[in-house]
Design a protein. Structure first.
Length: 516
């Protein structure tokens, strides 16, 4: 590691997520299995889901990326968790940074390398001193002395995992790609013969198209994992891409990841088996609002996703709060995702109606999720919700409001894809979700068109959600009235009429049908 890498490792992102990776239990895809090539779990949350079980055992995988991409964090996390969780001793071969610097750096993640060394579970092969003969490579260089050191260290502690950091430093004095390829091929074959699973890092200059500095390492390695970074407005946006894995399956496409105080965590798309949907048209979730439950057909069916669409001030948040309040009353834990306003403000709004959620929050019956909208990630948000739902055995979710995602750093299609995943997750878990959406249309246009703009959202969500409730203003007789209509509710016989309603201190009041 260079000094720049050291700085990158010690820097962590605030509001780091819990270490538990609950959603890992949702993965059922085993298409990556090959009986001839067993896999070794990496120990990195989310990565094994992408690799469909882990890294190919007894093979070398190249981790490529520019400076600060997270190569050293990934390789150290692979090494550390293999030792402490799977009792697989490891060897770290360092060509750039001194072992003591590495030990000091990883301590920031809570990884005690000093203790593992004393227990003879971790050992270093230090080739970081440029004065040592082993790193003075040339075109006719013999790797034998270095390989003997590696052999001896691996056999001494019975290592099963090896990290090489980095390949660029190893071959920096070799003049042509052919010699690099020959040396690297010999190193790979030698490590395979020792029965170890190896991660080797490769520096990739941002201006280069090749995945490694010499442009040949990616062809020799059995697997290639590419890391990339993009500057955001307030933080670095990180992605991982599996370029290849010989002989085994893996999930393709870019995957978001982040680096927290506990290390690296990935957020792959959550694949849900629709055959496992836990929905029920007869198990209805009440709002606790007099008359309103009748309009939607008795309540929202379990596992449904319902959208409440309306302009500012129409009472969307009040509907959401009452749905959450009723869930607490009937013993159904609730997760409230605060997007439009911070949870502190929402709690004050609830107090204004006489609803004190303090006891429900303390007991775990109600959990608020605050989402910073700058540089927001749909995948990370989905994992945050999924973790909270599974950990609390949640039965109701309120998302207030989904339109804030689009107004932040996402386009409509990204939000739509997020909601499709959330919908499938909710159905698989039997969780009922209520979402609010801020529309641009304010008033009904003319007599005979009381609801005015009939487009529920600008993101084509009407085909995604199971139910839609429209809230609108209408000006009649020099007065502004509020009207609601249940536009659709799958699986229920709901009212088609338009009703008057008001957002009062005690909550939502629903009146009679509105007649012109």
């Amino acid at each position: 590691m260079s000094s720049k890498k050291t700085t990158g490792m010690k820097k962590t992102i605030k509001n780091s997520r819990p270490k538990e990776h609950y959603v890992a239990g949702l993965y059922h895809n085993t298409t990556g299995a090959n009986p001839c090539i067993p896999k070794t779990p990496s120990g990195i949350p989310g990565l094994d889901e992408v690799l469909q079980g882990g890294l190919a055992e007894n093979r070398l995988t190249l981790v490529s990326g520019c400076t600060g991409a997270g190569k050293t964090v990934l390789s150290n996390q692979f090494l550390y968790h293999g030792i402490v969780e799977m009792n697989q001793p490891g060897v770290f071969i360092t060509f750039e940074e001194r072992p003591q610097d590495i030990i000091d750096n990883v301590a920031g993640f809570g990884w005690n390398y000093g203790q593992l060394i004393k227990q003879h579970k971790l050992a270093f092969v230090d080739v970081s001193d440029p004065g040592q003969e082993q790193v003075e490579l040339n075109d006719s260089y013999d790797l034998s002395p270095l390989l003997l050191r590696i052999h001896h260290t691996i056999e001494k502690i019975g290592a099963k995992r090896v990290v090489i950091d980095s390949m660029a430093a190893l071959f920096i004095q070799v003049s042509n790609a052919r010699n690099v390829r020959n040396l690297f091929t010999r190193l790979c074959h030698d490590l395979k013969s020792l029965g170890v699973t190896t991660l080797a890092t490769a520096e990739r200059p941002e201006s280069m198209a090749a995945l490694a500095r010499n442009g040949v390492e990616e062809y020799v390695a059995d697997g290639v994992i590419e890391l990339s970074v993009t500057p955001g407005q307030q933080r670095i946006l990180r992605h991982l891409f599996v370029r290849k894995m010989r002989g085994v399956g893996y999930r393709s496409g870019k995957v978001e990841f982040d680096i927290h105080t506990h290390g690296m965590e990935l957020y792959p798309k959550i694949p849900i088996d629709r055959r496992l949907a836990k929905t029920s048209l007869n198990n209805l979730k009440s709002f606790g609002i007099e008359r309103f439950d009748e309009l939607v057909g008795g309540g929202i069916p379990e596992g449904h996703m319902v959208l409440i669409s309306g302009n500012t001030g129409t009472g969307k948040t009040t509907f959401g709060l009452q749905f959450a309040l009723e869930g607490v009353k009937v013993g159904e834990p609730v997760v409230y995702v605060a997007l439009e306003e911070p949870s502190g403000q929402i709690k004050k709004t609830a107090l204004g109606h006489g609803w004190n959620f303090k006891r429900a929050i303390q007991s775990g019956a109600l959990h608020f999720i605050d989402v910073p909208l700058i540089d927001i990630s749909t995948d990370q948000l989905l994992y945050t919700i999924a973790n909270s739902v599974i950990k609390s055995s949640c039965k109701r979710i309120v998302v207030d409001s989904i339109s804030s995602l689009e107004s932040a750093t996402m386009n409509g299609e990204q939000v739509r894809q997020f909601l499709i995943q959330l919908l499938e997750f909710c159905k698989a878990q039997g969780v009922t979700c209520l979402m609010t959406y801020l529309t641009s249309g304010v008033f009904g246009a003319v007599r005979g068109q009381l609801l005015g703009q009939m487009e529920t959202t600008d993101m084509r969500l009407s085909s995604v959600v199971d139910g839609i409730i429209l809230l609108r203003y209408v000006e009649r007789g020099q007065k502004v009235k509020r009207l609601l209509n249940v536009l659709k509710m799958r699986g229920r016989q709901h009212s088609k009429a338009i009703y008057l309603y008001e957002a009062r201190k005690e909550g939502i009041w629903v009146g009679e049908k509105y007649e012109e």
